[in-house]
Design a protein. Structure first.
Length: 715
């Protein structure tokens, strides 16, 4: 193999005053970051600045750009770092290897791909291409589904990706992610083998392959491994806590010659285990790399001392972590507010009213964020913002009323209200096997010939065997909904239908979240006695429309319009706002109910809370509903994480919800203990949603609407 020849070193005269530009924590990283180094960079501590100046320092001291490898996790982070380096150097450092793991892998495989099965001229399949190829492999397998729904191409792709990135056997991945499909192990294995063969035959890689093939190349071709390890004198990795086992091994091999590996990250912000990120990569770094230096960046330039105090107090309850405590540069601020609300409706009203108050005092909308653990938590807030015509941008998926499964449930309600609604029939029918668009349109026209839903459901159209089975499944769901009284029971009958559960599980990797969405929708629907007014409220307020096909892709937003940000916490990582609301901080919601009984999962939930809290610069609100449900009420305990905050570190806002004394939220429970829900009829107390002063002198909330707005007229 041709020997790599190093180009002449570049030693620009940058005249950077590093002592003036960096603080006393950042400076040693920049100037002495040789050898294996772990930089524990707390939230808002100037991580990007430190990495940028480290690259400048290396270039100024004679290291050629092509000898530096800078790895990031997102294109946005890569672009930001490269831009900062370019501004600092006043020119782009030609030859610098900088980008995401996948982009750098692609670059290297274009050079050395002829030593792999794919060659150097391979194509890259995007997610749609990869899913389509998987569909072909499923069809070729001719699966005997044994009367059960076989997982969709998207679900198989998700299982395969998790197994590859977590480095676990396929059957273990199925058990972890979708245990209901264990009976299909053989067929799934054969389909994935077909998928792998097809990619090689077509010389096409999916995104996972870029890393897998690069790792195999480095492991199987020692001459190429040594060449690249010699080439990269310095390797820098951003967000190291988010690496999986494949990425960590690639980094180890590429830095094996010179040992100059500087990884930057924060174990307290490791929140992506569901994507196979391995927190032990960062926790075990000092043990993996002999003589590793550990630096700590704890000076926080973002948040007030009061916000950081809350974050520090909660995260210290995690056992497996590096000890560190963020210290604020700003001098003082307001105590974070804890706001128990009577229910999610009042919680949504409170958040919306506070947003109005912030806007009225001159706060830009884009400096207000509402964060939540799971997408379905946002529904009440979304509805209140829409009623007030407050524009918002949803991060981490589609807005609530745009989600396919929510539209599915609405379509079924529309049929019960209006049997001649052909578009609703088309949507409801197509979720069942054997019913395509043409057949659905034909059956919809047949159903529209009846005068009421009951008569249509009881009939039997002339259809082929498969289409008839689809009709029977659809009408079974509708029949169950028809026997209920009101929209909430109808929605529960819909989401409880086995055929719809099977459909979601087979079609979507995140089917559990979708079921939670509809359950939350049914709770919201309990405000209405009849389907008609409920549909009117949703349709007129929610900018809602049933479509024939759903791409599940969010419509492009007008970036010039100022908007409040609604975001899952996972999507909010790396961002910051002046004002942050963290909602639904109740046991079973945040932390998620699946975390109980697992120390590792509860620790990750706590890191999620830490990430959420440290997004706020000046004002931080914690809210949660004390109850859920209407006719039968479940009393919700405040989140374990609220219990972990010293009382003196927060201020409580009391919204008079008229709960009896036995139902009032109690703090101070043992952490990691899951409380038993308390249930009672809502008739056991009066609803008096006015705001009162708390006897203990706690702060009074800003004025809110004088009712829960449960009447249709008020919507």
């Amino acid at each position: 193999m041709k020997e790599f020849v190093l180009s002449a070193p570049l030693a620009p005269k940058l005249n950077i005053n590093y002592e003036a530009e960096l603080n006393e924590e950042q400076l040693p990283v920049v100037q002495t970051g040789d050898g294996p180094c772990l930089v524990l960079a707390g939230a808002g501590s100037g991580k990007t600045r430190t990495v940028t100046y480290r690259v400048a320092w290396l270039l100024e001291h004679g290291i050629s750009p092509e000898r530096i490898l800078l790895l990031t996790f997102t294109n946005k982070a890569a672009k930001e770092m490269i831009t900062r380096i370019e501004v600092l150097l006043k020119t782009y450092p030609q030859g610098l290897y900088a980008g995401t793991f996948h982009s750098v892998a692609n670059r290297l495989l274009r050079q050395y791909g002829n030593h792999t099965e794919f060659g150097a001229g391979f194509s890259i399949l995007d997610e749609d291409d990869a899913t389509d190829l998987m569909k072909l492999c499923i069809k070729e397998q001719k699966v005997n589904d044994m009367g059960k729904r076989f997982p969709s191409a998207a679900v198989l792709k998700s299982i395969s990706s998790y197994a590859a990135n977590a480095r676990i056997p396929l059957d273990e991945a199925i058990e972890r992610k979708n245990s209901a499909f264990a009976d299909f192990n053989h067929d799934i294995t054969q389909i994935l083998k077909r998928y792998e063969r097809a990619k090689i035959e077509q010389r096409s890689m999916d995104f996972d392959d870029l890393l897998l093939v690069l790792l195999k190349l480095l492991q199987d071709q020692p001459d190429i491994r040594e060449l690249l390890a010699d080439k990269f004198a310095y390797v820098i990795v951003d967000e190291f806590q988010d690496t999986n086992l494949i990425q960590a091994e690639i980094v180890k091999l590429l830095s094996g010659r010179h040992k100059n590996l500087l990884v930057v990250g924060d174990d307290a912000q490791s929140i992506y285990s569901f994507r196979a990120a391995e927190i032990k990569n960062i926790l075990n770094f000092p043990d993996q790399y002999t003589g590793a230096k550990v630096f700590r960046l704890v000076t926080n330039y973002r948040s007030t001392p009061q916000i950081l105090h809350v974050a520090n107090e909660v995260i210290k309850n995690n056992e497996e972590q590096f000890s560190k405590e963020l210290v604020a540069v700003s001098k003082t601020g307001e105590l974070p507010l804890v706001v128990p609300a009577a229910d999610q409706r009042q919680e949504g009203q409170y958040v919306a009213e506070q947003i109005v108050e912030l806007i009225n005092t001159g706060t830009p909308l884009h400096e207000i964020a509402v964060l939540f653990r799971a997408a379905f938590h946002s529904q009440a807030v979304e509805f209140e913002l829409m009623k007030r015509n407050i524009p918002y941008d949803y991060r981490g998926g589609l807005k609530f009323f745009e989600r396919a499964h929510v539209k599915d449930s609405i379509a079924h309600l529309r049929i019960l209200r209006n049997v001649k609604d052909s578009m609703a029939w088309i949507r409801a029918l197509q979720i069942h096997p054997g019913v395509g668009l043409a057949t659905a349109a034909k059956v919809a026209a047949y159903a529209a010939s009846f005068e009421d839903a009951k008569a249509a459901i009881a009939s039997s159209p002339s259809l082929g065997a498969k289409a008839l089975l689809g009709w029977q499944r659809a009408t079974k769901i509708l029949s169950a909904m028809l026997t209920t009284d009101g929209p909430a029971p109808a929605l529960r009958a819909f989401v409880g239908a086995e055929s719809y559960k099977e459909y979601l599980e087979a079609e979507y990797p995140n089917y559990r979240d979708r079921l939670d969405d509809i359950e939350q929708f049914s709770v919201f629907a309990e405000q209405y006695d009849e389907i008609g007014p409920f549909l009117d409220a949703v349709t007129l307020t929610g900018d809602f429309g049933v479509k024939l096909m759903d791409t599940e892709q969010q419509a492009s937003q007008n970036s010039d319009e100022d908007k409040v940000i609604l975001s899952t916490i996972h999507q909010a990582k790396g961002l910051e706002w002046d004002n942050v609301f963290i909602i639904n901080l109740a046991e079973g919601a945040f932390p998620h109910q699946r975390a109980y009984g697992s120390d590792a999962e509860m620790s990750e939930e706590r890191r999620l809370f830490y990430v959420a809290a440290t997004r706020a610069r000046t004002k931080l609100f914690f809210t949660y509903p004390v109850t859920s449900g209407y006719e039968t009420v479940e009393i919700r305990q405040p989140s374990t994480f609220l219990d972990e905050i010293p009382k003196a570190a927060i201020e409580t806002v009391r919204l008079r919800a008229a709960l009896p004394s036995w139902a009032q939220p109690s703090y101070g429970r043992p952490t990691n203990s899951r409380p038993s829900p308390v249930r009672a009829s809502s008739d056991s107390w009066d609803d008096e949603p006015t705001i009162v002063l708390d006897e203990s002198g706690d702060r009074v909330a800003k004025p809110m609407p004088s009712s829960f707005l449960r009447d249709v007229d008020e919507l």
